[in-house]
Ligand binder design. Structure first.
Ligand code: C6P
Length: 402
């Protein structure tokens, strides 16, 4: 078990709000002091641009920025030049769709995605398919709302060129059986774009072992700063791709009518990069690695199971993902709009998310208007769980549904 009491001291928001039960970790996690200090240190000790200045401070800033890239690469078992810094998972996934999908796909080609996707994973491909004439196909979900290998096989064909798929659903918390899906896709010559925004912060992820072609995640969901994310791409694919933004820093040789640009990853990082946030992300990775991703995964699941036990004892609760392997619960109090339920949690200092979670396809599949979602991280406690379960009862009393 983790030393949660000690870990909680690392988080100023928890120190300042001792009564707070922060259960919206799938949206964004809290930030520990070491990350805040790393960002502060960049601004107070360096504060200058990278890759450009021919002076010591700029060399130091460049070293700190590139060291963060090395940390990310080591963390997911990638190579240094396979890590592109982006604004977040959304920009990373859009970059693949625009730079890889748009120029390669044509009518007759097929893209496979699923109704479990976050909008940032499916919308870029809806757009690419609309523009290129490629056909978008959805893996039929099973009765629990899961992606199965069998269902994936039913839509995979020789025409499949891209599989855009989530590793862990932000609504259902299910882990996709991704290894088999990747190997089946590769047998057909398709590439796999993995949305790992809800995976990388919560479990060990090894891009080489998975053999995925692209993988995206956000820094702010793993104790890092906002405004920074990562696109991992296999070196040979990144090398084929053209930039979608042009300008400062990515240029190599610019003439009035022709231009060349740097190799990946720099060709995709136009303009002054998000230096402070990248450095903060490097620190966040060091921090969560020191806790251990296996331990984090086990502990979140343990808390989720405890919360589930409590919820299941309360009548008139619809739980949508009882069998989830991660720390996410999606449910509704029957007859109560999720936003109304959320206001009761807020009154009790519990932060949870309510609504469609930017994943309308699965909300429609569930045939509801939205869900209430509690998502756990390593700094949550059994007291948080008790408070949460108690608040569900209170909400029911308040709305007269008990
Ligand atoms: N999901 C949630 O509350 P950004 O916003 O770019 O950092 O991450 C987008 C994203 C992509 N994929 C998945 C699976 C996600 O869960 C998210 C973000 C948050 O569920 C905010 S909508």
């Amino acid at each position: 078990m983790l030393n949660v009491a000690k870990l909680r001291k690392d988080f100023p928001v928890l120190e300042e709000n001792p009564k707070l039960a922060y259960l919206d970790n799938a949206a964004s996690t809290l930030k520990p002091n070491c990350v805040i200090e790393a960002v502060d240190k960049y601004y107070s000790k360096l504060g200058v641009n990278v890759h450009r200045g021919v002076y010591k401070l700029s060399y130091l800033a460049t070293d700190a920025y590139e060291e963060a890239r090395s940390k990310v690469a080591d963390f997911i078992h990638a190579s240094f030049d396979e890590i592109v810094f982006t604004r977040g998972a959304s920009s990373a996934l859009n970059l693949v769709a625009s730079s890889y999908g748009m120029p390669t796909l044509k009518p007759g080609d097929e893209v496979i995605t699923t109704e479990l996707e976050h909008h940032s994973s499916c919308m870029p491909w809806i757009n690419v398919c609309e523009k290129t004439g490629a056909t978008l196909k959805y893996v039929p979900l099973n009765e629990e709302g899961r992606i199965t290998v069998e269902a994936f096989k039913s839509v995979l064909t020789d025409k499949t060129k891209v599989v855009a798929i989530t590793y862990v659903s932000n609504v259902m918390g299910y882990i996709t059986p991704i290894e088999e899906i990747i190997s089946l896709a590769h047998e057909k010559g398709a590439i796999v774009v993995l949305d790992a925004a809800q995976a990388v912060p919560h479990m060990p992820v090894d891009v080489k072992a998975l053999d995925c072609d692209f993988l995206a995640f956000s820094g702010h969901k793993l104790c890092g700063p906002t405004g920074i994310g990562v696109l991992y791409g296999k070196a040979k694919l990144l090398a084929q791709m053209q930039p979608i933004e042009f300008g400062g820093d990515m240029a190599d040789d610019v003439n009035p009518y022709t231009m060349t640009y740097k190799d990946a990853p720099y060709r995709f990082e136009t303009g002054t990069p998000i230096i402070a946030s990248a450095i903060g992300l490097g620190k966040a990775i060091e921090y969560i690695s020191s806790i251990g991703l296996e331990e984090i995964a086990k502990y979140e699941y343990y808390l989720k199971q405890k919360a589930l036990e409590g919820l299941k004892k309360i009548p008139n609760i619809e739980i949508y993902n009882e069998t989830a392997e991660t720390g996410i619960i999606s449910f509704n109090i029957k007859g109560v709009h999720p936003h109304d339920a959320a206001s009761v949690f807020d009154n009790n200092d519990i932060c949870i998310r309510a609504g469609h979670h930017c994943a309308q396809l699965i909300i429609k599949w569930l045939n509801t208007v939205g869900t209430v979602r509690a998502s756990f991280y390593f700094y949550n406690t059994l007291e948080d769980v008790e408070k949460f379960v108690q608040s569900v009862k209170e909400a029911q009393e308040f709305f007269g549904t008990l």
